[in-house]
Design a protein around this ligand. Sequence first.
Ligand SMILES: Nc1ncnc2c1ncn2[C@@H]1O[C@H](COP(=O)(O)OP(=O)(O)OP(=O)(O)O)[C@@H](O)[C@H]1O
Ligand SMILES: [Mg+2]
Length: 309
Amino acid sequence: MTTAPISMSQLQKSYRGKRGKKVEALRDLSLTIVPGEVFGFLGPNGAGKSTTIKILMGLIRPSAGQAHIFGISSDDPAARRNVGFLPENPAFYDFLSAREYLSFVGKSFAMSSAAIRTESERVLKLLDLTVAASRPIRGYSKGMVQRLGIAQTLLHDPDLYILDEPMSGLDPIGRALVKDIILDLKRAGKTVFFSTHVTADAERVCDRIGVIIDGVFQQERVVSELLREGIDGYFCRVRGLAAETLHSFEGVTCGDGICELFVPRDGYDSFAAELLKSGGSFDLVEPRRRDVEEYFLDLVRSSGGASCA
Ligand SMILES: Nc1ncnc2c1ncn2[C@@H]1O[C@H](COP(=O)(O)OP(=O)(O)OP(=O)(O)O)[C@@H](O)[C@H]1O
Ligand SMILES: [Mg+2]
């Protein structure tokens, strides 16, 4: 059996907050990421995503539990050799140029000078930074710094990518570029674990998503299965809806003899039969499919709303 790129077992983390008050940022997180998958770690602000990622990267220690990268404990620096890491708010030595910074990163990963030269140019081009590559980073825009952050994760061609909100601060072109890069990494057999609040991004690139709220891991789902569950019900615009049929639905809006309502999937057949029998008719029937956003919002709502630290 191949070793899991990431495995976390009963991870807990509490911080000392204001006036020594304990903040339970992570409660009992167990999760395994399999080779070659793109995993989206979703959660509202303050949910514990960055805390998890910092533990994985050995930047902070868990209060309890274990995390392993390719079978090596995350507090061992050797665990990070085969990882490209993008922190939440990347900040670089800003007196360096992007090219100089990439050279520094390449040396830290013991790459040869020739490999550093060719790989730096490759990733600079990929992230559209070639033109700015000799200018000091201090003159870069936020999006350019983020793109350099992505570039440095790719330099040493690791097998695992741990990215804390990789699309953050990017314009639509930058976001599309990063999504394409993630999909290319997947095609190359790499493993990607990234955090995000943007459900549409997760839906487009992830094989699997996991949702964390208030430090509690809620559920993990295979995205294709979630989408295949398909139609929740139908948004209908109808004429001639009988009053007794109308009463069995919530949130019906009516005007000028036309009513709009949502009919759940399992009630649709009887609704349609009743409507037609009483002489009514359909103006519009639109299937409503549950997507990752609906799924995420339902989980957040049922947990009592988004946490915000
Ligand atoms: N150094 C710290 N000291 C005290 N509390 C902290 C510290 N770092 C994080 N926290 C708290 O831990 C909780 C989780 O924070 P974390 O940064 O992991 O959330 P997140 O899911 O990454 O949120 P966001 O989406 O806003 O980036 C929050 O309540 C936060 O206030
Ligand atoms: Mg965060």
